[in-house]
Write a protein that binds this ligand. Structure first.
Ligand code: TGC
Ligand code: FAD
Length: 395
């Protein structure tokens, strides 16, 4: 039996979670971390301020194999779920908008084509999307159908062998950038929800950018307008019908988010630890005050627990034992914890904390969106409530 040693654990990896990773995991993690440090961190404050999504970096992200990275074949990297999670963690330590881009592209646009698409749809779209040459978006939410997407009013009707889509989708990440939209609509004949692969240059398809966002400013969010969008018979995803289609995609994206949130929390903790060591008041570094140490310790403990949870759920996903309920557990807790840490970190940075020079207020503002999208805190609470009581309380 080994007795605990008295060596102080590293402040930035207190539980030494690095030891849980394989050599290959660490290599990938370090590559993405370097990319964020060199290509994102120096510019993100300015991009955020200007409301700019760095479209120019998409090809580099594709080159690193991060788009649809956990999917097999068709140019996708086919990594483990843990590796996909680690990439999301590093990207969101940079900015939630960057992780959002990768989540939507890989988990919400490429995943349904890979899982439910025809061979022709896979061949036509996936290799270009994996390379970053083509951008995808996912249209589920509508103005009046957010937490309850099954109430959607976007319709698909048959006209001969064609499909004709009408409706409006709202809050769509990558909408205005996308070459292809995966749109969910109600088949007017069967009343079932169907998924459609819609090239965005199809006549009748247009987008309007959501302006004046105070969160996720380095990300494009749009309304999609579909006015008599005529599609050939083979535009429908053939292998899924009903809400299972879009909800299966959400499982994939929510999984990435639970890792990403842990990354945003870590970035806030790291910035706080460094700031508290440098900033002096009352003749000493603020790290020397008990109240500051309490904040730092709360951040450190919460960040380590969020990462440990992410890693555990990642291993379950790789083992094939992860359920949507486990994903809700991770999305619910890691996002709310990350938001708490970001707010605490903002306070610790004093006035400097409200500027874009430090990442904390930007993360706090971003995490407000992350708290709402992909199932709000309340929706994941109800999913878990149903799981443990057997009683659905949504309606
Ligand atoms: P319900 O009646 O329970 O089930 C309908 C059908 O769906 C199946 N199902 C699932 N399948 C796969 N995964 C899941 N997680 C599933 N949950 C349910 C179910 O078995 C059933 O199948 P079948 O074959 O029997 O018909 O579903 P419901 O309509 O009552 O919905 C339940 C609820 C409220 C949990 C669901 O609607 C929900 O999760 N609402 C939240 C909406 C949401 O998360 N929207 C996200 C939009 S995308 C987004 O936000 C992107 S942000 C991206 C970024 O920038 O990172
Ligand atoms: P509502 O559903 O109107 O909820 C309002 C409040 O009521 C919330 O607090 C909610 O928890 C609560 N509430 C609702 N129902 C219940 C209930 N039964 N019990 C208790 N409380 C309840 N969607 C896409 O399809 N694709 C995207 O790419 C996409 N990207 C997004 C990007 C951003 C930046 C944002 C902010 C949103 C994005 N969304 C996207 C939409 C997102 O998924 C929805 O905003 C989310 O599902 C919540 O819907 P809502 O905003 O209409 O809120």
């Amino acid at each position: 039996m080994h007795a605990p040693t008295r060596t102080t654990p590293p402040a930035l990896d207190f539980l030494e979670l690095d030891d849980l990773l394989s050599e290959e995991d660490r290599l990938l993690r370090d590559t993405v971390r370097r990319f964020v440090r060199d290509e994102i961190a120096p510019h993100i404050g300015t991009w955020y301020d200007r409301g700019h999504f760095p479209r120019e970096l998409v090809a580099a992200i594709g080159e690193m194999g991060l788009l649809g990275m956990h999917l097999e074949g068709y140019g996708c990297a086919g990594t483990s779920a843990v590796q996909y999670g680690l990439a999301c963690m590093e990207l969101e330590a940079g900015d939630s908008g960057l992780r959002s881009f990768v989540s939507v592209q890989g988990s919400l646009a490429m995943f349904p084509i890979r899982a439910f698409g025809s061979e022709e749809q896979k061949q036509r779209w996936l290799p270009g999307m994996a390379a970053g040459d083509l951008i995808g978006c996912f249209g589920l939410t509508e103005h009046d159908s957010g937490s309850d997407p099954s109430s959607m009013t976007t319709t698909a009707r048959r006209d001969g062998s064609d499909w004709v889509l009408n409706g409006t989708k709202m809050w769509i990440t990558n909408g205005g950038l996308a070459d292809v939209a995966v749109v969910w609509a109600r088949d007017r004949e069967s009343e079932r929800i169907r998924g459609f692969v819609v090239p965005t240059d199809t006549p009748g398809f247009s987008t309007n950018e959501v302006k004046q966002k105070l969160s996720l400013r380095a990300s494009v969010t749009s309304e999609l307008v579909l006015e008599d969008v005529r599609l050939p018979a083979d535009a429908v995803l053939p292998d899924v019908e009903g809400m299972r289609g879009p909800l299966s995609c959400l499982n994939e994206a929510r999984y990435g988010i639970l890792w990403g949130a842990a990354g945003a929390a870590r970035a806030c903790y790291e910035s706080s630890l460094s700031y508290a060591g440098e900033r002096e008041q009352f003749g000493q570094p603020i790290a020397g005050f008990q109240l500051t140490q309490q904040k730092l310790v709360e951040m450190m403990v919460a960040t380590n627990k969020a990462s440990l949870l992410a890693y555990h759920l990642g291993r379950m996903k790789d083992a094939g034992t992860l359920t949507p309920h486990h994903v809700s557990f991770g999305k619910l807790d890691n996002v709310r914890v990350a938001l708490d840490i970001a707010r605490l970190a903002r306070g610790l940075h004093g006035a400097n904390g409200i500027t874009a020079e430090y990442p904390v207020m930007r993360h706090a503002a971003n995490l407000e969106s992350v708290y709402t999208y992909e199932g709000t805190n309340e929706i994941h609470t109800l999913i878990l409530g149903q799981a443990i009581t057997g009683i659905p309380a949504f309606r």
